[in-house]
Each structure stands twice: as structure tokens, then as C-alpha cells.
Design a protein around this ligand. Structure first.
Ligand code: COA
Length: 384
């Protein structure tokens, strides 16, 4: 049955597939032709040529072009200057048990930032702009800081003369990346920066539509991204690659997943019915970095999975598949992959939060009630 027929029959669209829930000028996704556009620029124009800071600026000033040198410098410095994590948040992160997932810690830390901001309720003007920029910087530094804290290592200060990508890798790992690593990571950040009304962005917009605050919007988004059907898939991809271990074992592994009707993580997409344009760039970097790090076997397992899933199910890899291989080669532990997705998506979420507020109307759909309507009250002693 076609989507429209199902919708007509049931009176609703399951999973809101194909439903346009609003207007945006921030990003455009054409799933049939595999096109992703950020504020007028096709992603292929930007990937590998622009830094994360340029893209964050672009999304935040979505009616403008890419920043010129002066604007970019000002914006980048503003970001790096704001990477400092408040003492209370550091203490909060330290108080979390070791078993808590980094995405849960990030969600909690971002929510805590809202408690520490006396003007959290401000939804417009300079105060709001300042919050937005600070949050782009802090989500990234919280991810790096949390990793250092969990390992009992000191937190590191950013260098204003380095890029955001370089600073993150340094603050996370404790070593500055080489040119290739910083380019790969910067490209990864750029490719994750926005993606239409995806689930986490939509949840941020729903939260903002009630005129809640920016921290609540971001906390909703992070909680939504965490799930394995969304951003959480990148960690699951690495678990699958490690589980398989050998190229010769790929087919049996994939067959068993398919026979059990299980999802193969990092494949499929609600919108893309063709190649995900982000995966093209990430695959190139995955191959380069895997060769550099002597991790060719991992890359071969990944490409074998891609080939088999295409042959057996006709499904393409999505952004999360090769991003896992890239992050592995950058020495990032798999539990942090989704937090890095969150940090790189923060400019997109924030741009959508502002866009929602610019022309707000409460987002409040209806539901089709399928329960009973005629139950009668019975006193507690007479209940079965
Ligand atoms: N592995 C195996 N089969 C998959 C699949 C996957 N990763 N993704 C989709 N399919 C199949 C479904 O089994 C279903 O087949 P059927 O019609 O024979 O039952 C069909 O494709 C449609 O899948 P459905 O889950 O209804 O699509 P969706 O639009 O609701 O879901 C995703 C989209 C992303 C949630 C889904 O593709 C998925 O779960 N992927 C794995 C998780 C992932 O990588 N998430 C990150 C997304 S960027």
C-alpha cells in the first residue's frame, strides 16, 4: 500500500513519513537524488573545502553567504573563547558513575548549563545570540572534558590560533592531530552539521514551540539523537565491525541478521533512497585513515558489508556507517561517537531553534484513539 493510501485508511501517517511539518531555509534534503544543501550550498561544495566554523557561521546566518575572512576570524575566536566549562558542570560530570553512557552525561551537562544561566529564559536579542554561540562551543568542550575526566586526566585548554576541529581532537586525546587527521575530522563535523527535520531537530523544534528555553531544546535533541535508530547507530556500527572481526565472516554475520529480520546498523534512511551524499565523503576518509593507521582489515570488512547489504537488500550505507571507521582511526572510543555527532549537529539544532522561534506556532498533532470509551468505575475492594 502506498503511504497516502495507508494514511487515508488509518487516518494518520505512521512515523510521519513524507509529512512536511514546517518550512525551513536552513537545509534541504532530496532523498531521491541524494542531495543535501546547507543554506543554499550543496554539501559537495563544502565538504573538504570549508571548516566546521564556516559551516556553523553559515547555518547561524542562513540568509547570508559563507563568512569572509574577518567575520570568520571573529566568529572562530568567539567559539574558542567560549569552550570553558563551568566549574559546576565539571563537578557534575565527575559525580557521574563510570557506567553512565557519554550521551547521558552530555544530555545532563547541557541541561545543567541551563540551570547556571540566569537569563536562560531569554529567547531573543543579544543574550540569546550569545547563548547560541556559547552552546556550540561548550557542547564540544564538554565531550572532550568528559573523556579526560573519565580517564582521570587533566582537562586541556584550547589554542585560539588553531581550528575548532584541531582543538577538539587535542582537548579530547591530549595530542594535536596531524594535517590529514584534522582535515578528516573537520570534514566529518561539516557533514553532520544539519539535516532537515530529522528526529532530533524536530524534537528540538517541538520543545521550542512551547516557548521553552534553548537548553531544554538542546537537551531534547540530544536525548533523541541518542537512540540507535538515529545518531546512536554509529557506536553500533563499530560494535558490529568488531564482532565480525574477519572479512571471511561477513556474509554469515549479515545473513544471520537478515534472517532474524534485524536491522543492519549504519544502513537505510527514512529520506535517502539512494546514496547518502555524506557517506561518499566519509568512505573516502575512512579508506585513507585506515591505510595510514594499518587498519585496512577494518575498512575491508566495512566495504564487504556495504557490498552484501546492497546485493541482498538494496540498501545504502548512511552517514553513521563510515563515520564509525573514521572515528576509530582517529583514536576515539566508540562510546563517544554519538556525542561527537551531537556536538557537530549543535549548530544545526540551534539554527532550527531560532528559526522555530522566528515564526512560532505550537507543534501539537492529534492522535487516533484506539482504546475503549465506556469503562465504568468500580470501588477498589471489588476490583479483580
Ligand atoms: N537493515 C535491514 N533492513 C533495513 C534497514 C537496515 N538497516 N533499514 C531499512 N530496512 C528495511 C526494513 O526492514 C524494511 O523492510 P520491509 O519493508 O521488508 O519490512 C524497509 O527497509 C523499510 O524500513 P523501515 O524501518 O520501515 O524504514 P524507516 O524509514 O522507518 O527507518 C531507519 C529508517 C534509519 C530507522 C532504518 O533504516 C534503520 O533502522 N537503520 C538502521 C539504524 C541506522 O543506521 N540509523 C541511522 C540513520 S541515519
Amino acid at each position: 500500500m502506498k503511504d497516502q493510501e495507508i494514511a487515508d485508511k488509518k487516518g494518520y501517517v505512521r512515523g510521519l513519513e513524507g509529512v512536511a511539518a514546517g518550512e525551513t531555509t536552513i537545509s534541504y534534503v532530496d532523498g531521491v537524488n541524494g542531495i543535501l544543501v546547507y543554506s543554499g550550498y550543496n554539501i559537495h561544495e563544502l565538504a573538504g573545502r570549508t571548516s566546521f566554523e564556516e559551516v556553523a557561521y553559515l547555518l547561524w546566518h542562513d540568509h547570508e553567504d559563507l563568512p569572509n575572512e574577518r567575520d570568520l576570524e571573529r566568529f572562530s575566536h568567539e567559539l574558542i573563547k567560549n569552550m570553558h566549562i563551568p566549574y559546576e558542570v565539571v563537578q557534575l560530570i565527575k559525580s557521574m558513575p563510570d557506567y553512565s553512557h557519554p550521551m547521558a552525561v552530555l544530555r545532563t551537562a547541557v541541561s545543567a548549563l541551563g540551570c547556571l544561566d540566569p537569563s536562560a529564559e531569554e529567547l531573543s536579542g543579544r543574550a540569546f545570540d550569545k547563548k547560541a554561540i556559547t552552546l556550540i562551543a561548550r557542547v564540544m568542550s564538554i565531550v572532550a572534558g568528559m573523556h579526560r575526566i573519565k580517564r582521570g586526566e587533566p582537562m586541556l585548554e584550547p589554542d585560539i590560533d588553531r581550528t575548532f576541529a584541531e582543538n577538539f581532537l587535542y582537548m579530547f586525546r591530549g595530542t594535536w592531530p596531524d594535517e590529514e587527521e584534522s582535515k578528516a575530522f573537520d570534514t566529518l563535523l561539516v557533514l553532520h552539521a544539519d539535516h532537515g527535520f530529522n528526529a532530533s531537530t524536530f524534537s528540538a523544534r517541538v520543545t521550542m514551540s512551547t516557548l521553552s528555553d534553548i537548553y531544554s531544546g538542546l537537551t531534547s535533541a540530544i536525548g533523541t539523537l541518542k537512540g540507535p535508530l538515529h545518531g546512536g547507530a554509529n557506536q553500533k556500527v563499530m560494535e558490529m565491525l568488531s564482532d565480525i572481526g574477519n572479512v571471511d565472516d561477513v556474509e554469515e554475520y549479515i545473513d544471520s541478521l537478515l534472517n532474524e529480520k534485524k536491522k543492519i546498523m549504519g544502513f537505510g534512511h527514512r529520506i535517502y533512497k539512494t546514496e547518502d551524499p555524506r557517506a561518499i565523503h566519509l568512505k573516502i576518509w575512512a579508506e585513507k585513515l585506515a591505510a595510514k593507521r594499518g587498519q585496512e582489515k577494518l575498512f575491508q570488512i566495512a566495504t564487504r558489508i556495504e557490498k552484501l547489504v546492497m546485493e541482498k537488500k538494496g540498501i545504502h550505507p548512511n552517514v553513521d556507517f563510515y563515520s564509525a571507521v573514521v572515528q576509530y582511526a582517529l583514536d576515539i572510543p566508540k562510546e563517544y561517537y554519538t556525542t561527537i555527532f551531537a556536538a557537530s549537529r549543535t549548530p544545526g539544532w540551534i539554527a532550527h531553534i531560532r528559526e522555530q522561534l522566528t515564526d512560532n506556532r505550537l507543534i501539537r498533532p492529534t492522535s487516533r484513539y484506539e482504546g475503549k470509551l465506556d469503562k465504568k468505575w468500580v470501588s477498589i475492594g471489588e476490583r479483580k
